[in-house]
Design a binder for this molecule. Structure first.
Ligand code: MLT
Ligand code: MN
Ligand code: ZN
Length: 299
């Protein structure tokens, strides 16, 4: 299966419009530091792509990748729909940018759909522009998308909800899932998990046999958000296991048998936004890489 890396930054991107931190300042001066909001696209069939998470950059992300360009008919697009891992604004604001679609297909858990429909009123707002058609992301096992060859599954990761949905009652509680994609043609598996508040047993099982695993790399260490002055909470308290430290993910990710193990969703305060940061060598020693902007990965 083919995976396009459309972006690799956490909410705000690199640079973030109102931030003058070292990473954002360097990215303004040097395009090689820039990162768009985290997203991937997976090819669900010849020339038919699903975008995983619709970020505020989705228009530019589509323009960046010729495989996602429209044609030959005037309004024919290879973008078949959107799959959501959660309802966070950095992963959903781009949906409104797709309102020129004749029909907008969105696959998400019932909980994520409720957040978008009830709290953001997305169905009501988009209705007069594009018909939104929802598909429930299967959680128990992988199920074919559009009749195959790809099968998808949302593996529940945590009940971390967006701030705007603090009061929404949702018994299902599937706020954040990792997307597991299996290609029936060769059995290859990719897992995309840009938001990991926890590493539950269910997630461990989902990544054990994966060939390519993308994991939340928002912060390098737990204290980074406080140390850099962007907030009072630690990385874990913000719903992101850090890369290093006592509850870091680097050892668990490094132990997985997957051929490709990558961090994505980097915050602009993460030292890894510097292409020369020594952290890249430490990760490489563990067989891990930071997902590259625009990368095309054959799983
Ligand atoms: C997150 O990843 O924790 C959220 O995107 C933060 C936010 O932008 O609200
Ligand atoms: Mn985010
Ligand atoms: Zn910044």
């Amino acid at each position: 299966m083919r995976v396009l890396v459309l972006g690799t930054a956490a909410g705000g991107g690199v640079p973030q419009w109102n931030c003058s931190c070292a990473g954002c300042a360097a990215a303004r001066a040097n395009p090689s530091w820039r990162r768009r909001h985290a997203s991937i696209a997976v090819e669900a069939g010849a020339g038919r792509w699903y975008v995983v998470n619709a970020t505020p950059d989705i228009g530019e992300q589509i323009e960046d990748h010729p495989a996602l360009h429209p044609g030959p008919e005037r309004r024919a697009t290879p973008v078949a729909g959107v799959i959501l891992t959660d309802a966070e604004l950095d992963h959903t604001l781009g949906i409104a940018r797709l309102r020129e679609a004749s029909e907008l297909r969105i696959a998400a858990t019932g909980t994520v759909r409720s957040a978008l429909s009830v709290c953001l009123r997305l169905d009501a707002v988009l209705g007069p522009y594009a018909g939104v058609s929802w598909t429930t992301l299967p959680q128990k096992e992988t199920e074919p998308i559009d009749g195959g060859p790809l099968e998808i599954q949302g593996v529940r990761v945590s009940g971390k909800r967006p701030r705007y949905a603090a009061d929404l009652r949702e018994p299902d509680d599937a706020w954040v899932v990792a997307l597991r994609v299996r290609d029936r043609r060769d059995g290859k598996v990719a897992v995309y998990a840009p938001a990991l508040a926890d590493w539950p047993e269910e997630f461990e099982r989902a990544v054990r046999d994966a060939d390519c695993v993308f994991v939340d790399g928002t912060f390098w260490d737990d204290d980074e958000p406080r140390r850099t002055g962007i907030g009072q909470k630690t990385s874990s308290q913000m719903g992101h296991l850090p890369i290093t430290g006592p509850n870091g993910t680097v050892e668990r990710l490094g132990e997985l048998p997957a051929e490709r193990r990558l961090y994505t969703h980097l915050n602009n305060t993460n030292p890894l936004v510097d292409p020369d940061d020594p952290g890249h060598r430490r990760l490489a020693a563990a067989g891990i890489e930071v997902a590259g902007e625009g990368a095309v990965i054959e799983v």
